[in-house]
Design a protein around this ligand. Structure first.
Ligand code: SAH
Length: 522
């Protein structure tokens, strides 16, 4: 063996279950491996959101495979791809929906690797059968209803003489039956079960896109489920759950009953800050469409702030009016080799609670928090303290409302505004947002600052008020506070939801309450 060959790093293939759809349902090991992957080969049923765990620069290959639709790659091509990448020394994650060894052809893929002596490992996943049952409020087994469950494929034609499935035995042989890939053959499947002795009145549930915001379930009996599914227009991917346990859904259904389930909510925030609102809304079942209408970027010049950082002790007050203001201020401070001790003896004020909390993570406790969390509120609280002749520093966005510095100057303060970051509108998502609005299934748009409103409007790309109104006709608007709301109404739109206190948790709460009330009204 040549020296080069011996030292060549051996590749390895990790066959990883992606779970049923909710990206939170991948295993800890699966997520860890995605974080190490150099190549990821993923399927139609593996949620693409999981790819965010993959390091930048890794090769991402979509292997397709959607029932009935032309396959992107044949199984042979996929097998060969895994072999080639592994032989090239790569760490390969083969990401498959649900569990790779349950109707996923994972067995065939690793057989090939085993035969060629290629290193591999298999990480199980939450299979869609258990997820669909759980998320539809159906315990797949239950002491009072059934002690056995069978997973079967409905892909085969059940009338086929040489069927691999012994319908005669299965029809009554297991308490709960879960059928994968059975939507197309549903009429023949139920007929077969009845013909083989299963009670026609047996309850059946069909669950589509289980564990995702698009989940949809219908319930019936063996006799009528085929008709119900057809009437409801339910298409694959869906699972069929047959058995007495289905009746428990009436009591246990929890996922589809969450207050925001089925609501499509556009969240307009900065990329960096969207997570708290999105997490809160998703917790209550919303389907969030994130549009970063603002991108936060450094300013072209840090001249002003850099100069002021050298003489912080001369200030009486430093005012923080945003989270980004805090983060960029400290970034700059640290860059200069300084730290929070420079602020000793200087009064610190924050516009709101979140900003104050963030300051605390930098080791700085605020001396002043206004009663009303706005620029005006902050100005008022400061005026109460008397600001005449005081030196005040405001590290903030390049473009921002001037009301705070102007009010303070008007009262005789020496105010220095130091831009530490800027808001820019990102390119690219424009078309997607338009399409969503035009499709008419957006329920709500949320705004958390005036700039999110302005950037949203520029993304929607119309200055015609009539056209804007038409696009937003059935869309509710939630605004975090009065200033943001005013920007909305100034643009001819109406605000339906506005929390009393201007924080993200309060905005989330207000939205949830709104839809709870709406449900009651229905
Ligand atoms: N290995 C996968 C199954 C692949 S077979 C697993 O363990 O879940 C593909 C079939 O799985 C689909 O036709 C559908 O019946 C089912 N399926 C997969 N994900 C699903 C989901 N989120 N909701 C409903 N059914 C799903």
């Amino acid at each position: 063996m040549s020296e080069q060959k011996r030292t060549k790093r051996a590749g390895k293939v990790y066959l990883v279950g992606a779970g049923p759809g909710d990206p939170g349902l991948i295993t800890v090991r699966g997520k860890y491996l995605l974080g190490k992957a150099e190549v990821v080969v993923y399927d139609y049923l593996a949620n693409p959101k999981l790819l965010k765990h993959v390091p930048k620069g890794a090769e991402l290959i979509y292997a397709g495979k959607k029932g009935g639709v032309k396959h992107t790659h044949t199984q042979e091509e996929i097998n060969q791809m895994l072999v080639d990448w592994a032989e090239a020394g790569k760490t390969v994650v083969r990401l498959k929906g649900g569990d790779p060894f349950i109707f996923g052809r994972g067995g065939e893929e690793v057989e090939v690797l085993a035969n060629l002596g290629i290193n591999f490992e298999v990480v199980p996943g939450v299979t869609s059968a258990t997820a669909a049952a759980t998320y539809a409020g159906i315990p797949i087994t239950h002491r009072e209803h059934t002690a056995s469950v069978a997973f079967l494929t409905g892909h085969e034609d059940p009338t086929k003489a040489d069927s691999n499935i012994d319908w005669a035995k299965l029809a009554t042989g297991a308490g709960t039956l879960v059928v994968y890939m059975g939507i197309k053959n549903l009429p023949i499947i139920v007929e077969n079960l009845i013909a083989n002795g299963r009670d026609p009145k047996t309850p059946v549930a069909v669950v589509r896109w289980a564990s995702t915001p698009e989940q949809r379930s219908v319930v019936g009996t063996l006799e009528n489920i085929a008709e119900i599914v057809q009437g409801a227009g339910i298409k694959p991917p869906a699972l069929i759950i047959v058995g007495e346990v289905v009746t428990l859904r009436d009591t246990i259904d929890w996922f589809e009953k969450r207050p925001l389930f089925g609501k499509k909510i556009v969240v307009t925030r900065t990329r960096e800050q969207a997570s708290e609102l999105v997490a809160g809304l998703e917790e209550s079942g919303a389907n969030c469409l994130e549009f970063s209408t603002i991108q936060i970027e450094p300013v072209p010049s840090y001249e002003v702030i850099d100069e002021e950082l050298d003489r912080l002790e001369e200030y009486h007050w430093i005012l923080f009016t945003s989270l980004n203001g805090v983060n960029f201020f400290f970034e700059r401070l640290y860059e200069k080799g300084l730290d929070a001790r420079e602020m000793k003896g200087v009064g610190i004020a924050a516009v709101g609670k979140a900003t104050a909390d963030l300051l605390l993570t930098y080791g700085v406790r605020v001396d002043l928090l206004p009663d009303v969390f706005t620029g005006e509120g902050l100005a008022e609280s400061l005026l109460d303290q008397g600001v005449e002749g005081r030196n005040i520093l405001i590290p903030r966005a390049l473009k921002a409302r001037e009301i705070l510095p102007e009010t303070l100057r008007g009262a005789g303060a020496q105010v220095t505004v130091a831009p530490v970051y800027q808001n820019v509108a990102p390119e690219g998502k424009r078309e997607q947002l338009r399409t969503q609005l035009e499709s008419g299934d957006v329920d709500m748009v949320t705004f958390t600052s005036s700039s999110t409103v302005r950037n949203f409007l520029s993304m929607v790309g119309t200055s015609d008020p009539g056209e804007l109104k038409a696009l937003m006709r059935n869309v509710l608007i939630a605004a975090i506070g009065p200033i943001t709301a005013k920007t909305v109404t100034d643009n001819g739109l109406e605000v339906s939801i506005q929390p009393e206190s201007h924080t993200i948790p309060d905005l989330t709460h207000e939205i949830v309450e709104y839809y709870k009330e709406e449900k009651k009204r229905k």
